[in-house]
Design a protein around this ligand. Structure first.
Ligand code: NDP
Ligand code: 8X3
Length: 259
C-alpha cells in the first residue's frame, strides 16, 4: 500500500468537524499538512496539538475560500517546500437555514453557493494545474447525500452538493488522461458543528438532529479519506456514500434502539 507519509495534504475547513478529523488522521500517518480555515485561533490550537502529538509539519492558511483573489494569491505564493500538493481535500462548506424556497433567506443562499461551490472551485482551479504539471495528485471532495437526493426545505444546500457531484464527475473526465484521481465522500449525518452553523447558533435545535441515534463522527469520514488517498496509484475510489447504520436516506432515519 503506498504510504501517505511525508505527502503534502491540503485540507480546507480544518478548524472543526470533518476537516479537523482529517488533519488528525493524516498527521498520525506522517503526512505534511496545509490547513485552511477562517478561525485563526482554532488553526493555531490545532497546529500546536498536532506538533505536540505527531511532530507534524504544518503550514497554516487563515483564509476565507470565498475570497477569490486571496485563494489565488495564497496558493500561487505557497513556500517552495509546500507548493507540491499531493492530496487536496475540499471540505470547507456549510448549510445555512432549512426553509421553503419561496420563504428562503437570500443571504443564506449566497453564503452556501459562494462557499460550497465557488470556494471549492477557486481552490481546485489554483491547486490542480500543479498536480497536472507534476503528473501526480489525489483530490477528495466532501459532497453529501444531499448531492444525490433532495429533501424538503433543503433546496439550495442540496443544489450546492449536487453541484459538487457534477464538478467532481466533470473534473474526473477532464483528468482521465492523467494519473490524477478525483473522489467524493458523500456522508449522511455526521456529528460536527454543521447543524449549529445551519441553525445560526441554535445549539438546542442542532442537538436534536443527532438525538436518539448514533451519528457518524468526523473520524469516520477522515478514515475514509485516508483509505482513498492510500490506494495504489492505479485505483481510484470515485465515490463513497456513507451514512450511520440508522440512516437509509436523507429523510429515513431511525431514532431509538436498533432491533
Ligand atoms: P463544521 O461546521 O464542523 O466544519 C466546517 C468547516 O468548514 C470549518 O472548518 C469551517 O471553518 C470551514 N468553512 C466554512 N466556511 C468557510 C469559508 N468560507 N472559508 C474557509 N473555511 C470555511 O461542519 P462539517 O465538518 O460537518 O462540514 C464539513 C463538510 O462536510 C461541509 O462541506 C459539509 O457540507 C459536509 N457534510 C457534512 C455533513 C454533516 O452531517 N456534518 C454531512 C455531509 C456533508 P471556519 O469557520 O473556521 O472558516
Ligand atoms: C449534510 C447531510 O442530510 O443534513 O450534508 O444534508 S444533510
Amino acid at each position: 500500500m503506498p504510504s501517505i507519509k511525508d505527502k503534502i495534504v491540503f485540507i480546507t475547513g480544518a478548524t472543526s468537524g470533518i476537516g479537523e478529523a482529517c488533519a488528525r488522521k493524516f498527521a498520525a500517518r506522517g503526512s505534511r499538512l496545509i490547513l485552511l480555515g477562517r478561525r485563526r485561533k482554532r488553526l493555531k490550537q490545532l497546529a500546536a496539538q498536532l506538533q505536540d502529538k505527531y511532530n507534524a509539519l504544518l503550514h497554516l492558511v487563515p483564509l476565507d475560500v470565498r475570497d477569490r483573489k486571496g485563494v489565488e494569491q495564497t496558493i500561487e505564493a505557497l513556500p517552495v517546500e509546500w507548493d507540491a500538493v499531493d492530496i487536496l481535500i475540499n471540505n470547507a462548506g456549510l448549510a445555512r437555514g432549512l426553509a421553503k424556497l419561496h420563504e428562503g433567506d437570500v443571504d443564506d443562499w449566497e453564503e452556501m453557493i459562494d462557499t460550497n461551490v465557488k470556494g471549492l472551485l477557486y481552490v481546485t482551479r489554483a491547486v490542480v494545474p500543479g498536480m497536472v504539471e507534476r503528473g501526480h495528485g489525489t483530490i477528495i471532495n466532501i459532497g453529501s447525500i444531499a448531492g444525490h437526493e433532495v429533501y424538503p426545505q433543503g433546496n439550495v444546500y442540496c443544489a450546492t452538493k449536487h453541484a459538487v457531484d457534477a464538478i467532481t464527475k466533470g473534473l474526473r473526465m477532464d483528468l482521465v488522461d492523467t494519473p490524477i484521481r478525483v473522489s467524493t465522500i458523500d456522508p449522511g449525518l455526521v456529528n460536527t458543528e454543521f447543524s449549529a452553523v445551519r441553525f445560526h447558533g441554535d445549539e438546542e435545535r442542532a442537538r436534536k438532529v443527532y438525538e436518539d441515534l448514533t451519528p457518524l463522527s468526523g473520524d469516520d469520514i477522515a478514515e475514509t479519506a485516508v483509505f482513498i488517498a492510500s490506494r495504489p496509484a492505479h485505483v481510484s475510489i470515485n465515490q463513497v456514500v456513507i451514512t450511520p447504520t440508522c440512516q437509509a436516506s436523507a429523510t429515513i432515519v431511525h431514532r431509538g434502539k436498533l432491533r
